[in-house]
Design a protein around this ligand. Structure first.
Ligand code: TXA
Ligand code: MG
Length: 394
């Protein structure tokens, strides 16, 4: 059984150089023990502001390789390296690399925080297992005090994917990690539930055209990035912000899928998930049905023994959810995501919703779509990967 140690994020503060000041002796002792595990090459689960991560010393290939075996992660999917200070960032970069003005703007605006940037990798320092032999390395500075303090106390950059078995929803609470990785990880730091609830935005600003490419939408929205670049007006023209698969398709990513896991089914609980899109104009050839046909098909589904236990993840104001929940035969397990007027709460609750419904033993999960703007872009990116099927409800 893994040891679970509570850490109090409110007892940790940082000076301008990223050095931590920790007032809780218990939290300090937990962080020191975690650091010892890491230097003994034992991965440690820890909270970040996005999701829980599974950390290993980034500059040690053997430590990093253990992450892949614990998660069952394909080795062609590279890891993010986490730093606690700007000087730690610079220690990882190629000596002749100059940080582009767009990156400096984004670092000033969003670090520490849920934004991951790609940098040309220094193969003399960063093991190839971290980058999966790509020419870039992904780096971020987390804002969760426990995450940042763990890196600083360990005095080492930490490679960390989300602390889930590969393909499962990412954990947003220590108990999610405990349930998923029980027996595979020796130590879990518990810093409470994650604020953001979805992984960081992965961004590539290294192309010669100067434009910013969002490889994975996440905790920092496209709108926030555009606003920061506009406000900084560091030169002309202001870089465009392009979203993968919406504004561009990167052939290299499609062929050797890295971000965001093109090749792998992602974020899926062990049970079938169906995405519900309520619309009066379904696309041509789409699988479109009425709410009553949907209910009938749930009742005759071979996935469930009658009466079917159906998990429903929908925003609080959902008209469709109200209609469906009136059906008296189905055993409904409703998990309210929150209101469409507070999309950050929906983001925070999505993975917890999937994992809680799975834990409650439902036969299948229905998730209703949200508009793909602001946090909605990252929410729908994860929902589409979790869903094995889409139903257009007319
Ligand atoms: O919020 C987060 O980013 C969390 C916390 C723990 O920091 N971490 C996380 O890691 O989500 P992971 O491994 O689950 O997702 C990392 C994503 C993957 O989609 C991976 O393909 C991409 O980042 N990635 C890493 N290095 C890359 C690189 N050099 N080029 C392109 N994509 C990269
Ligand atoms: Mg992950």
């Amino acid at each position: 059984m893994p040891k679970v140690l509570k850490c109090d994020p409110t007892s940790i503060s940082f000076d301008d150089d990223g050095r931590p000041h920790i007032t809780s002796q218990y939290t300090l002792a937990s962080l020191r023990l975690a650091s010892r595990h890491l230097h003994d090459l034992q991965p440690v689960a820890f909270p970040t502001e996005t999701v829980y991560g599974l950390a290993a010393i980034a500059l040690n290939a053997e430590a990093a390789s253990r992450i892949f075996s614990i998660k069952g992660r394909p080795t062609d999917n590279p890891l993010i390296v986490h730093v606690s200070s700007q000087s730690m960032l610079h220690s990882l970069l190629l000596p002749d690399f100059t940080i582009p003005p767009s990156y400096q703007t984004l670092i000033n605006a969003f670090w520490p925080g849920p934004l991951t940037l790609l940098f040309p990798t220094d193969i003399t320092k960063i093991p190839s297992i971290i980058t999966a032999n790509h020419s870039t390395v992904a780096i971020r500075m987390p804002s969760h005090p426990v995450a940042r303090a763990l890196i600083a106390v360990s005095n080492a950059p930490l490679a960390a994917p989300s602390a889930n078995s590969s393909g499962k929803p990412s954990p947003t609470r220590a108990e999610h990690v405990f349930r998923d990785l029980n027996g595979k990880v020796g130590l879990i730091l518990d810093g409470g539930p994650c604020d953001i609830g979805l992984e960081s935005t992965v961004l590539d600003g290294l192309h010669h055209d100067g434009n910013i490419r969002i490889l994975r939408p996440g905790g920092i929205t496209v709108e926030q990035i555009e606003e920061a670049l506009r406000l900084a007006h560091f030169g002309h023209p202001i870089p465009r912000v392009l979203v993968h698969r919406r504004d561009f398709v990167d052939d290299a990513i499609e062929q050797a899928p890295t971000t965001p896991g093109m090749k792998y089914r992602h974020y899926s609980p062990a049970i079938p998930v169906t995405l519900l899109r309520a619309t009066s104009h379904p696309p041509a050839g789409a699988n479109s049905i009425s709410p009553s046909t949907l209910l009938a098909s749930l009742k005759s589904s071979t996935v469930a023994k009658p009466p079917p236990k159906v998990g429903l993840l929908a925003p609080s104001e959902s008209v469709l959810a109200k209609k469906l929940l009136q059906d008296p035969v189905i055993q409904w397990h409703r998990y309210t995501l929150g209101s469409l007027s507070e999309m950050s709460i929906i983001a925070q609750r999505l993975f917890d919703g999937l994992l809680s419904l799975e834990q409650e033993g439902v036969d299948l999960i229905l998730i209703e779509e949200v508009p793909e703007e602001n946090e909605g872009l990252a929410i729908m990116n994860r929902v589409k990967k979790a869903a094995s099927e889409t139903c257009w409800i007319v």
